[in-house]
Design a protein around this ligand. Sequence first.
Ligand SMILES: [Cu+2]
Length: 219
Amino acid sequence: MGDGLMAARSEPPVPGPEGDLRQRFEELAASRDDDVRRALLKPLTALPVKGNNMKTACARSTVLAMLAATAAAGPSARSQEAKAAPSGPVHVMVTPTDVQWADGPGSLSPGAKFAVIEGDPKNAALFTMRLKLPASYRIPAHWHPADEHVTVLSGTFHMGMGDKLDATKGKALGVGSFAVMPAKVQHYAWTNEETIIQLHGMGPWGVNYVNPADDPRKK
Ligand SMILES: [Cu+2]
């Protein structure tokens, strides 16, 4: 019965339910769109089959089987293409000795060192960086365009909220401490000993000083 159906494709339309099935299959075969295939498949199942018309019933079941196979092949073929695509997440595994420190960043006053260990703070994506701050280091009141997430890895990082650094306020964050400074909220920080923090957030990242005179990029 499969041969008969395929041969019928070059013949003129056959009237009646069987002709309908052939015409639908032609439309379906011409379509590369999964949604069109499904739309065609749906009304096809609703076609009436007379109990004693075995030829129509056979043609119908064959078309349905072919439709099901075609519909099933589309998405799975596509997902295999996706699996074969070369681009994908790049893994990151960094040990403390892997970290390559550099002087900076330019948004902080001299003496700090930094290392970007994931992403690029300039991009609109997640990034992670580390800051190594010497003892008695000051970061005057500032804010960021996105939430700042701070994890203290060594030393003690002191953080306070407000528009002016006040070392009599704030909180001492020891090793293992974590802080989140919401976007645009003014805060400040300082150290009394060498301190390493890990900072992560969504780029593009930036430091905006409450008092422009505190900005080392403007000096
Ligand atoms: Cu900050």
